[in-house]
Write a protein that binds this ligand. Structure first.
Ligand code: CLF
Ligand code: SF4
Length: 493
C-alpha cells in the first residue's frame, strides 16, 4: 500500500504523519463518507448529494474536486460587449478563451486522458467557447460519448440562455444535472447596453427587441429547469455604471425562479482583448468593490464567491489550471479509461472531508465565542485540500476569508504573479502582490522568507507560516482569537 498512499498524500496535501492517512489505510469507517458530516446544516441531503463533489456548486467541494471543460461548441447566437473569442493567450483565464477547438471524438480522448491522470476530476463542463445550447449537436454528441465511457462523471453546461428552452427536456433525459445561465439583466433597457445583437428564429435582432427576447428566453429556461429539479447557477457579469446596481433586481428575479446560486463576477476588460467594452475604456470592478457589492446581496439568492472565470478549455482544480498539460498533441490516439486513481482519491477524500468539517465547526464556534466586534481579512496560500499548503513565493492566487462573530467565510480570491522565480524573489512582483492584497490583514502560507514578510509588514499586512499545513479555518480562528487578545506578535515572529 505504501506507493499509492504516497501519491494520495501529495494530492490531498496531508502531512506525512497525519492521522487521516492512518485512518485511510486502516479502512476505519468512523469518520467516513457514510456519516457525511461535511454536509452544511442549511442543505438537505438530496441537494448535498448533487453538489458535494461539484467544485462550482459547492465552495466546500472546490478544495477537493476539479472540473474540466472541452471546447466543442464554438458557435454563438448572441454578441456580448465583453466577449471576443478571437483573442487567445495560454495564460489568460476568462470565459470564451480557448487554445484549441475539439470535435466530440477528440473531446472524449481528452476527457479520458485527464480522468486517468487527474484524480480530483469530478465534472465535465461545456462552456463554449461559444454557446453550448446553440452549438447543440456537438454538445450532445460529446456528453453522450463521455457518459458511456465514464458514467460517474457529472455533466454540466453553461449557456447564455437564448436557445436553452428548446433543449431543457433533452438536458433532463441526458442526466445533465447542473446548468449555468449567464443573466446580466432583467430589464431590456439595461440589456441593450450589453448585447448589440442576437440571432434567434433565423433572424437577427438588435437593440431593445434583442434584449427583450433574450430576457424572456432566459427566464423561461430557468423556470423549466427548476420545474425539472435541475440545479441552476446564474452567472452575472458586474459592469460598473451599466448593470451593477441592477444586479440587485436580477438577484431577486432568479431567486424567485428557483436558482440555486447567484455568481456575480467582475467584468474583465482591457483594450488588448479587442472587446467592445475593452476598446471603449469600460472598467471592471476591483476586488473591494466586488466584495462590497456581494455583501449587499447577502440574504437574497445564495451567492457563489469562489468562481475563477474559467477558460472554455480549463482543466483541474479551480484556480490551478492544468490545461496546457493536456493539449491534443500530448494525448495518445488510442486510450482506455482507467478509473483507479479517481476511485482511490475519493475514498481518501471522504475521510478527510469529515475531519476537515469537524475542524471547521470547532473553529467557527471559537470565533463566535470571541465577544468583540470587528472582522479579520485573511489571505491564504493553498494548493487544495482545505489546508495552508502553498509557499508564499509559489502562490498564483490567495484565497480570501473573512472572520467575524458570524463565523468564517470564503469571500473571494486575489490573483497574483508568483513572487519566486527560479529560487529568487522579484521585488517588482512583490509590489504588485502587495497591491493585490489591499484590505488584507493577514497572509497565511506554508513558507515565507524574512524579506517578503518584512515588506508586507511595512505595507500593514502581517504574514506567517506558523500555521503551515493546518486547516485554513482552524488557523484563522486562532488568529482571530489572538487579534482580540493581547499578543499577536508571536504569530508573525
Ligand atoms: Fe464549468 Fe461552469 Fe459547470 Fe463549473 S465553471 S460549466 S459551473 S463546471 Fe465554475 Fe469556472 Fe466560475 Fe464557471 S469557476 S467560470 S462557475
Ligand atoms: Fe461570448 Fe458567451 Fe457572450 Fe457568446 S454568450 S458572445 S460566447 S460571452
Amino acid at each position: 500500500m505504501s506507493a499509492p498512499i504516497t501519491w494520495l498524500e501529495s494530492l490531498t496535501n496531508t502531512t506525512s504523519s497525519g492521522q487521516l492517512l492512518t485512518a485511510a489505510k486502516s479502512g476505519d469507517c468512523a469518520s467516513s463518507s457514510c456519516g457525511s458530516s461535511s454536509r452544511p446544516t442549511d442543505m438537505d441531503s438530496a441537494t448535498w448529494e448533487k453538489v458535494k463533489d461539484h467544485p462550482c456548486f459547492s465552495e466546500e467541494a472546490h478544495h477537493y474536486f476539479a472540473r474540466m471543460h472541452v471546447a466543442v461548441a464554438p458557435a454563438c447566437n448572441i454578441q456580448c460587449n465583453y466577449c471576443n473569442r478571437k483573442y487567445d493567450c495560454a495564460n489568460e483565464s476568462r470565459p470564451g478563451v480557448v487554445s484549441e477547438k475539439l470535435t466530440p471524438d477528440q473531446a472524449l480522448r481528452k476527457v479520458i486522458a485527464v480522468a486517468n491522470e487527474v484524480p480530483q476530476l469530478s465534472v465535465l463542463g461545456i462552456a463554449g467557447p461559444g454557446d453550448a445550447c446553440y452549438d447543440w449537436k456537438k454538445t450532445r454528441a460529446t456528453f453522450e460519448r463521455v457518459a458511456s465511457e465514464i458514467p460517474d462523471i457529472k455533466l454540466c453546461i453553461s449557456t447564455n440562455g437564448l436557445a436553452l428552452p428548446e433543449h431543457v427536456d433533452e438536458l433532463a433525459e441526458m442526466n445533465i444535472s447542473h446548468v449555468t445561465i449567464t443573466i446580466n439583466m432583467v430589464d431590456p433597457a439595461v440589456g441593450e447596453k450589453i448585447y448589440p445583437w442576437i440571432f434567434y428564429g433565423h433572424r437577427r435582432y438588435t437593440g431593445i427587441a434583442a434584449a427583450k427576447i433574450l430576457h424572456e428566453q432566459q427566464m423561461l429556461g430557468l423556470e423549466m429547469l427548476s420545474e425539472r429539479g435541475i440545479l441552476t447557477k446564474i452567472n452575472s457579469v458586474m459592469i460598473p455604471g451599466v448593470n451593477d446596481q441592477h444586479l440587485i433586481e436580477v438577484n431577486k428575479w432568479v431567486k424567485e425562479r428557483g436558482a440555486f446560486l447567484h455568481n456575480v463576477m467582475p467584468l474583465i476588460s482591457e483594450p488588448a482583448h479587442g472587446t467592445w467594452f475593452g476598446l471603449a475604456g469600460q472598467r471592471g470592478p476591483n476586488a473591494l468593490e466586488l466584495k462590497a457589492f456581494q455583501d449587499r446581496l447577502e440574504g437574497g439568492a445564495k451567492l457563489m464567491r469562489h468562481c475563477r472565470q474559467c477558460r472554455a478549455d480549463a482543466v483541474g482544480l479551480l484556480g490551478a489550471d492544468r490545461g496546457q498539460e493536456f493539449t491534443l498533441d500530448q494525448i495518445p490516439l488510442e486510450l482506455d479509461y482507467d478509473g483507479g486513481k479517481r476511485h482511490a482519491y475519493r475514498e481518501v477524500v471522504a475521510r478527510i472531508r469529515d475531519d476537515h468539517s469537524a475542524a471547521k465547526k470547532e473553529a467557527i464556534a471559537t470565533v463566535a465565542s470571541v465577544n468583540i466586534p470587528g472582522s479579520l481579512q485573511v489571505a491564504v496560500a493553498t494548493k487544495g485540500g482545505g489546508r495552508i499548503n502553498e509557499h508564499f513565493g509559489h502562490a498564483k492566487e490567495f484565497q480570501v476569508y473573512e472572520a467575524s462573530q458570524t463565523g468564517i467565510k470564503f469571500v473571494g480570491h486575489r490573483k497574483v504573479e508568483p513572487y519566486c522565480h527560479g529560487g529568487w524573489g522579484e521585488d517588482a512582483t512583490l509590489g504588485d502582490i502587495i497591491a493585490a492584497l489591499e484590505g488584507i490583514d493577514f497572509v497565511l502560507c506554508a513558507r515565507i522568507g524574512d524579506c517578503p514578510k518584512k515588506q508586507l509588514l511595512e505595507a500593514g499586512i502581517q504574514a506567517t507560516d506558523a500555521f503551515g499545513y493546518d486547516y485554513i479555518e482552524a488557523a484563522i480562528s486562532a488568529l482571530y482569537a489572538t487579534k482580540h487578545g493581547s499578543d499577536r506578535s508571536q504569530l508573525t515572529a
